[in-house]
Design a protein around this ligand. Structure first.
Ligand code: FES
Length: 103
């Protein structure tokens, strides 16, 4: 079973709504939506854009480079020039920290 890895403070994610953090050499995008947390790859599947530098609205993150859209609950590509879904990760909060499993 994959190890749970520390990503960031829960308060930081609540305040920001979305964050990109490096975890074991990978950029992980973290989102808080409808009171739940979601984690997925931080780089767009279409190019080398950091997704959290784009917009995050209505449960979707919009890539800053070509406006590809992804569902933050599932990582599914939902619009724009993107076809490949984002890889998602298990995420949970514990003792004020956000933990992820990169699998
Ligand atoms: S790099 Fe994200 S849509 Fe092109």
């Amino acid at each position: 079973m994959a190890e749970w890895l520390d990503a960031c403070g829960e308060d930081d994610l609540i305040a920001a709504g979305c964050l990109s953090v490096p975890v074991e050499g990978r950029l992980v995008a973290l989102f808080r939506h409808d009171g739940s947390y979601y984690a997925m790859q931080g780089i767009c599947t279409h190019g080398s854009a950091t997704l959290t530098k784009g917009k995050f609205e209505n449960g979707e993150v919009i890539c800053p480079l070509h406006q590809g859209r992804f569902c933050v609950k599932t990582g599914e590509a939902t619009g724009g020039p993107v076809w490949d879904d984002l890889k998602t990760y298990q995420v949970r909060a514990e003792n004020g920290r956000i933990l992820v499993q990169l699998g």
